[in-house]
Design a protein around this ligand. Structure first.
Ligand SMILES: Cc1cc2nc3c(=O)[nH]c(=O)nc-3n(C[C@H](O)[C@H](O)[C@H](O)COP(=O)(O)O)c2cc1C
Length: 311
């Protein structure tokens, strides 16, 4: 997830039990230009035994060149983004724009698979809009070009994140392709994940929004119950410290606000916690605010019935 799955968040998800993680989408073009900020996105955490790097771009030669550069980061998988609907990306012919041109998508994926022995996966949506739903054609093009797996978020580009993801489309793509199909869309609990496996026969599932502020979704032990708020806030603090270690205090503290506010969702008196967090600008600020909030919650002496309503 662009803007979210940086090194620290990936590490926190792995510690909670995530089996595999991907970087934010990374511009192939910026890699080939040696853009420093883009290279920062390629920081691999010590806990990341396996990791996927996701690239976006619209030029097969540039993407192949970017692959030769990112080899040294030792990705377990390289994914091509063909789903991003952000105008800035689409107008360059990248992301979801590739859904409109399966021939081009084929030639990019072919250039990728011919330039590396690292497995290549492709992330798609259902199509550009309701009138041009073409995921079978696009999926087949990726498979024929040598992709090892298909990641599928079954909404059209025009839908953005509105409506419901069509899990039926995942089931139908799974039947149509020989390569593994990994389903994405609207998994906010372990129960949802089980349901997607059952309804689609997908080979794997992706969790995106459901992990923001809730890496516990990956932890079997909690089985969709929220952990004790002390553990939630302890994890939030670990997240802060890990981000500072990898990004430096200034950048980490700015980027962390959206994560740390999300941890407090559903907790008592969370609005005032969030109001304080959005002004935090140093590690000390975060530590102070999180610890004071934990002390406040402890002083409320919540009963186990209160915990039930937190989940
Ligand atoms: C903030 C945000 C950033 C995202 N960035 C990416 C990205 O960089 N690459 C990608 O393939 N999908 C990206 N997605 C899409 C998700 O991977 C996923 O397919 C979609 O959110 C549906 O899954 P969910 O219901 O679990 O969130 C992003 C989604 C969100 C909400």
């Amino acid at each position: 997830m662009a803007g979210f799955t940086d090194t620290a968040f990936r590490i926190i998800c792995i510690r909670s039990g995530a089996a595999f993680v991907f970087t934010e989408m990374i511009s192939a073009e910026a890699i080939t230009r040696g853009n420093k900020k883009t290279f920062d996105l390629l920081q691999r955490g010590r806990e990341e035994r396996f990791w996927g790097i996701q690239l976006f771009g619209s030029d097969a030669g540039v993407i192949a060149k970017a692959i030769s550069i990112i080899r040294s980061a030792d990705p377990s998988v390289i994914d091509l983004n063909c789903g991003c609907s952000v105008p800035k990306v689409v107008k360059t012919g990248s992301g979801a724009a590739l859904l409109r041109n399966p021939g081009k998508l084929y030639s990019i994926v072919l250039a990728m698979t011919e330039s590396t022995d690292i497995p290549v996966s492709v992330k798609i949506r259902s199509g550009w809009d309701a009138a041009s739903v073409n995921f079978p054609e696009v999926g087949k093009a990726a498979e024929e070009a040598g992709a090892s797996a298909l990641m599928f978020h079954p909404r059209t580009k025009s839908q953005g994140f509105s409506g419901k993801a069509s899990w039926k489309q995942i089931a139908s793509l799974k039947k149509y392709l020989k390569i593994p199909v990994i389903g994405s869309g609207d998994i906010f609990s372990r129960k949802d994940a089980d349901k997607m496996f059952k309804e689609t026969s997908a080979d794997g599932v992706l969790i995106a929004r459901g992990a923001i502020g809730n890496p516990f979704i990956f932890d079997k032990k909690y089985n969709d119950q929220k952990p004790d708020y002390n553990h939630i806030l302890y994890t939030a603090l670990e997240h802060v410290k890990t981000a500072v270690r990898y990004k430096g205090e200034y950048r980490a503290c700015r980027d962390l606000r959206k994560h740390i506010t999300a941890y407090s969702k559903g907790l008592p008196e969370s609005a005032s916690f969030r109001n304080r967090i959005v002004h935090a600008s140093s590690l000390k600020d975060y530590e102070k605010i999180i610890k004071e909030y934990a002390a406040r919650l402890n002083s409320l002496k919540l009963s186990s019935a209160d915990f039930m309503c937190l989940s």
